[in-house]
Design a protein around this ligand. Structure first.
Ligand SMILES: NC(=O)C1=CN([C@@H]2O[C@H](COP(=O)(O)OP(=O)(O)OC[C@H]3O[C@@H](n4cnc5c(N)ncnc54)[C@H](OP(=O)(O)O)[C@@H]3O)[C@@H](O)[C@H]2O)C=CC1
Ligand SMILES: O=C(CO)COP(=O)(O)O
Length: 320
């Protein structure tokens, strides 16, 4: 079995490093100079500095070479997934595709697997998601992830193929739940970062995480996902990690909002677009998602943190 990773960002590089400890891996970068530099220096100094690329990992800018692999991991941001897949559909059609992104597409309201299904209807598609920082994976720290694939038999094969000495994969056929867990936890991480950044305290963060989880469950159940999936690695697990660590870019965006500090717009922060997509979806489906609505208002600078807190605290009292 051969593996390729398309996208040489932090996550793609970390996965490629871990997988290359088990066998040959090809990683594709869209920028030829960047690919050459990584191949020669054995480091991705732009996206994951300090991690050594093993000898079994080849970096290339030639997509047709990378897509010779049996299994192709797509580690590009959610809002770029459709473009990358549809532009290269001929090369990807015969492969098994594993999306590694977390988010909901603006305009369509679809998650990664649903986008793959639209672009490559005949192709087996799966999702790799769950609590994992690229920096941890790259240095061999232990990590547990969810491999979601609607086809149970294919999911079992992928679980075996993509498990490594430091990546332990659990599998599920609930692709909707896995998509929503990974997408929605980023929105909650922005909210939690804002609370901590504004000095509102750990108790307020715990309240937001818990009520954020209730919001995630509400959307998931209404979308046909299983509650157990939300309670697993892709939901609760990733919510816990992302809402409590400054390694998270979503959390750091929230911190900057809470501190009224600028944030580098070139950093990949999936939760920002996802919050807008989910808010729209929630409104049209009449789902109560107040934290998501507040995150959108904060991103649009329509609300101060003080007003946001006041709004949440003054909602009608109800049963938990
Ligand atoms: N970083 C992490 O710890 C984790 C990330 N993820 C998820 O992985 C996904 C990717 O994140 P991450 O790797 O961190 O992001 P990065 O910002 O580090 O990298 C994004 C990568 O996507 C490439 N890219 C962007 N747009 C395009 C395009 N149009 N065509 C081809 N390639 C493109 C970039 O290329 P270039 O370098 O040329 O700009 C870059 O290699 C996200 O959905 C994230 O949520 C999941 C778990 C952990
Ligand atoms: O998804 C992640 C951890 O599981 C990475 O989080 P950020 O994208 O917020 O950095």
């Amino acid at each position: 079995m051969s593996v390729a990773v398309l996208g040489s960002g932090a996550f793609g590089t970390a996965l490629a490093i871990s997988l290359a400890n088990e066998g040959p891996v090809t990683m594709w970068a869209r920028d030829a100079d960047h690919a050459r530099e990584m191949q020669n220096s054995r480091e991705n100094s732009r996206r994951l500095p300090g991690a050594v690329l093993p000898d079994a990992l080849t970096v290339t800018a030639e997509l047709d070479r990378a897509t010779q692999a049996d299994v192709v991991l797509l580690a590009v941001p959610m809002q770029k997934l459709r473009q990358v897949v549809s532009e290269n559909a001929d090369l990807l059609r015969e492969r098994t595709i594993v999306a590694c992104c977390k988010g909901i597409e603006l305009n369509s309201g679809l998650g990664p697997i649903a986008v793959l299904r639209e672009c490559l209807p005949q192709t087996t598609s799966a999702l790799l998601t769950g609590p994992s920082f690229a920096a941890d994976i790259a240095i061999g720290l232990p990590t547990a992830l969810t491999l979601a694939c609607q086809d149970e038999a294919q999911g079992k094969v992928l679980q075996q193929q993509l498990t490594t000495s430091n990546l332990r994969l659990y599998r599920t056929t609930d692709t909707i739940g896995a998509e929503l867990g990974g997408a929605l936890k980023n929105v909650m991480a922005i909210a939690c970062g804002a609370v901590i950044g504004a000095g509102l305290g750990d108790s307020a963060r715990a309240a937001l995480m818990t009520r954020g989880y209730a919001e995630m469950q509400r959307m998931a159940i209404a979308s046909g996902a299983r509650a157990e999936t939300m309670a697993g690695l892709s939901g609760f697990g990733d919510l816990t990690l992302t809402c409590s660590s400054e390694l998270s870019r979503n959390y750091r965006l929230g911190l900057s909002i809470g501190r009224a500090e600028p944030f580098d717009p070139s950093v990949t922060v999936e939760g920002a677009a996802t919050a807008r997509a989910v808010h729209e979806e929630a409104q049209s489906r009449k789902l109560d998602m107040p934290i998501t609505a507040i995150v959108v208002a904060l991103l649009d600078q329509r609300l101060t943190i003080a007003d946001a807190a006041a709004q949440l605290l003054s909602r009608p009292l109800k049963e938990e």
